[in-house]
Design a protein around this ligand. Structure first.
Ligand code: ZN
Length: 266
């Protein structure tokens, strides 16, 4: 949301969005210093919650240095050493989105050190899996590293799953997220296909909302597609509301004000 307009908050609120979780991610350019990240984390923990609250939306976030910037191991270590300054902020759910981009050795080093950080501070973990040709191999590398570190699968959500990775993620006990994109990754119809194939257990869906082509309102698009195919409201509610709520509730910082109990801005 740091790269979205206030209009997006207003639109999402009108569509029934109760809460959102924003991962720390790549800004579209490599940041040059640890202070650049410190300012970014202040934006995620101080500024965005206020922007969201103005439209009746609760804002939660995750902290890390992303895989695209992890080639710079020295800077990554400075950022990881600074993260604990922010872990007590009231909207922080955990460490993420960490993962791999091109499946390099340096990315794997920084990934493992993030996992150690999450375990040391009892944080949930949000995982970014690589794109396109690197996704299958990268996802397996990530799941193996999590197993080696004896991370409880229930405390990890593996994001951007697609048809060739979703089964493995779910079978190994992790939560899986399908990211809806207008031009790449997963579309709403493909996501509904996967819900039909694998069932709704531990399966979540999220919209891309960044500085590139993306559509924050893609979750309502998925809801529409599910209704179009005749799926019941209970199944829809489980995927878009109850599942993320169950996963996030493992964080001490997550307390959701049920929509019926909150003041409606409109
Ligand atoms: Zn990602």
């Amino acid at each position: 949301m740091v790269s979205r307009t206030t209009d997006d908050y207003e639109t999402l609120s009108k569509m029934g969005c109760a809460a959102m979780s924003e991962p720390a991610f790549w800004a579209g350019f490599d940041r040059g210093s640890v202070d650049g990240f410190r300012d970014y984390f202040r934006q995620l923990t101080e500024v965005e919650p206020k922007r969201a609250a103005a439209y009746g939306i609760q804002h939660f976030t995750w902290l890390c240095i992303n895989a695209k910037e992890a080639e710079n191991v020295e800077l990554s270590r400075e950022v990881m050493a600074m993260i604990p300054e922010f872990l007590d902020a009231s909207n922080v759910l955990g460490i993420g989105e960490i993962g791999l981009n091109k499946n390099t050795k340096n990315e794997a080093i920084v990934f493992q050190e993030h996992v150690e950080l999450a375990l040391r501070y009892e944080q949930l973990i949000l995982i970014h899996t690589p794109h396109l040709e690197d996704k299958f191999q990268g996802t397996n590398m990530i799941l193996d590293m999590l197993d080696e570190n004896q991370v409880e699968p229930d405390r990890v959500l593996v994001d951007h799953v697609e048809e060739h990775t979703v089964r493995e993620v779910l079978e190994r006990g992790f939560w899986a997220g399908m990211t809806l994109y207008p031009i790449s990754k997963c579309t709403p119809p493909r996501a509904v296909d996967m819900i039909e194939l694998y069932g709704p257990e531990k399966l979540c869906v999220n919209s891309a909302g960044d500085w590139g082509p993306s559509k924050p309102t893609a979750v309502p698009d998925l809801i529409l597609e599910m209704r179009r195919r005749g799926h019941g409201e209970n199944l829809i509610r489980q995927v878009v509301y109850e599942n993320p709520k169950s996963f996030f509730s493992q964080s001490k910082n997550f307390s959701l004000i049920e929509p019926s109990a909150r003041a409606q801005p409109f």
